[in-house]
Each structure stands twice: as C-alpha cells, then as structure tokens.
Design a protein around this ligand. Structure first.
Ligand SMILES: Cc1cc2nc3c(=O)[nH]c(=O)nc-3n(C[C@H](O)[C@H](O)[C@H](O)COP(=O)(O)O)c2cc1C
Length: 277
C-alpha cells in the first residue's frame, strides 16, 4: 500500500534512470515500487539473520520457476566468522563478505540428479553437457533474485558476490561441495547499516535493452553515451571519481586478467565434475 510519503511512480522512474523521463506508465503496482527501490548494500550491522527470516527467504527462493521443475540448485548459508573471512579473501578481499552476518553461496547443483540416477540405476548422460550447467546456473539465479527481493521486503539487504567464481575451486573445497556442484555467486545478507545509506544506481535507458520485433543496433551507442553522462553525474553525487561508465566497463573486459581468475572458469568447472560437452 502506497503511503503519503512514498515516492510517486514518476519520482521512482526519475531516480532509476537518473534523468527526467516520460510520465510514469499507468500500469504500476506495489511490487514494481519495491523492485525500483533495489540497491546493493555493502555496509552491514552485525545483527544476525534469524532462522525465521532465512526460512521465509528460502520459501521465496524456492517459489521461483525452475527449468523442467528440476530444482538444480542449492545454497550454503555461511555464518561462521572464520569461513566468512576466508571467503572474503577468496573473492578478492571484499570486506562486506566478512562483515555481513550471513553469506549465501548459491550453487549450480547437478549432484542431486546424479545421486538419483545412481539410486535408480538409470543413465544420466545429459548431466555431462554444457546445457545442464547453464540450466542449473539459471535456476540458481532465478531463486537467488527471489531471495534478494524477499529479503528487501522484510527489512534486510543484499549484494551479490560474483567474486565467488574467481577461485570457485577453492570455494568448493572450503565448503565441502560434492562433485557436480559449483558455486556460481555469493550474496551478502544482513541489516543495512543506517549510518552508511546506499543510493539507487541509475540504469541505461530502455532504448538500449528493449528491441521491438527485431534487434535495433542503431539505438545502442546513443543510449550508452547518454547513460555515460548520467553515470558521471551519479558518481559525482556519490563523491566517487567521475569516471566514464563506458571506459570503466571496457576495462572490466579488456584482457583475460580483467576477469580476475574467471578466465579459468572452464578448467575449474571441469575439475568440479562438469565435463561441459
Ligand atoms: C551476478 C552478480 C555479481 C555481482 N558481484 C559483485 C561483487 O562481487 N561485489 C560487489 O560489491 N558487487 C557485486 N555485484 C553488484 C553489482 O555491482 C550491482 O548490482 C551493480 O553495480 C548495480 O548496482 P545496484 O545493484 O545497487 O543497482 C554483483 C551483481 C550481480 C548481479
């Protein structure tokens, strides 16, 4: 239910795109309000996540759709401070991983189907294909995003940790993962530190991401140039270096080393029991 002080849809869109945008569409809902309020949080209070909160968040995660209803994902909830410190190092020394009271490590998990195939003495050759790794990773992503939205709705905050893939082999070892289970990303979970509020980060204009009927390449660069300007204003407003978003993004993909270890992903996945045929 919208309160009198809640931003209007138009204000929410303006914040989300960092720009004066067209009037808000007449189709709107409380859920859309909630989604547009998303921000990744990197400063947490030490307050633990309760079992009741985790239970509700997991029910939301499991309510996500799942390819062929296979549920080829699982998650490790890490609260042990030593393990969190070790994970923080493995993901490239990201302090929020030590600081947040819970780290959810989301797993592409084909071990369940493998176990079932053993039990039933049935072939499961499909598990060896890249398709099945992708399916499991997509299932994990859908579940985790439901979890993130649910967490936000009960006053908690999250940030994804793709750095989990930098050294996924070591993460798998640390968490005792069986073969055919790969950590695909982490997620800090906890209460946002109110002393360090996080701003809503603008998104590229819809012309960059929405194509009608056919891919519209000519709309991409003008949209990205516009976004670059919006992001430079955003960085400035956050007292961050007023970098170019385009150049920043190109640095992220410049060389194999820019992938911070993930250039070895195929090799690491094969070690973890994914032949990726
Ligand atoms: C799959 C994935 C991996 C991410 N990995 C990291 C990470 O390792 N560390 C981090 O601080 N943020 C990480 N993020 C958060 C993004 O930086 C963030 O979503 C993006 O900058 C947009 O900001 P917002 O979420 O606040 O809107 C990740 C996000 C996604 C979706």
């Amino acid at each position: 239910m919208r309160t009198a002080t809640a931003p209007s849809p138009h204000e929410r869109l303006k914040t989300r795109y960092g720009d004066n945008c067209a009037a808000a569409p007449s189709a709107w809902s409380d859920v859309i309000d909630h989604l547009l309020d998303h921000r990744s949080v990197r400063k947490y209070l030490p307050d633990p996540v309760t079992d009741a909160q985790l239970h509700a968040i997991l029910a939301a995660a499991q309510s996500a759709p799942s390819s062929s209803n296979l549920h080829a994902w699982s998650v490790v909830a890490v609260t042990d401070p030593d393990l969190r410190d070790r994970l923080s190092q493995l993901v490239g020394n990201q302090p929020q991983v030590s600081q947040a009271p819970m780290q959810l490590v989301w797993l592409a998990d084909l071990s369940m189907l493998h176990q079932a195939s053993r039990e039933k003495e049935q072939a499961a050759q499909g598990l060896d294909y890249l398709e099945m790794f992708l399916l499991a990773a997509l299932d994990a992503a859908l579940a985790s995003q439901n979890a993130s939205i649910a967490a936000q709705s009960i006053g908690l905050a999250t940030v994804y940790i793709g750095g989990i893939r930098n050294q996924m082999d070591k993460v798998a070892d640390l968490l005792g993962l069986p073969p055919r289970v790969a950590p695909v990303f982490g997620m800090c979970l906890g209460t946002a530190d109110p002393a360090r509020p996080t701003a809503i980060k603008p998104r590229p204009p819809q012309s960059v991401v929405l194509h009608r009927n056919r891919y519209e390449s000519q709309a991409v660069m003008p949209g990205l140039q516009h976004y670059d300007e919006v992001m430079q204003r955003f960085y400035k407003s956050q007292s961050m270096e007023a970098d170019s978003w385009i150049l920043r993004s190109l640095n992220r993909v410049a060389t194999p080393a820019s992938l911070t270890g993930r250039d070895r992903l195929r090799e690491m996945l094969m070690q973890l029991g994914f032949p990726l045929k």
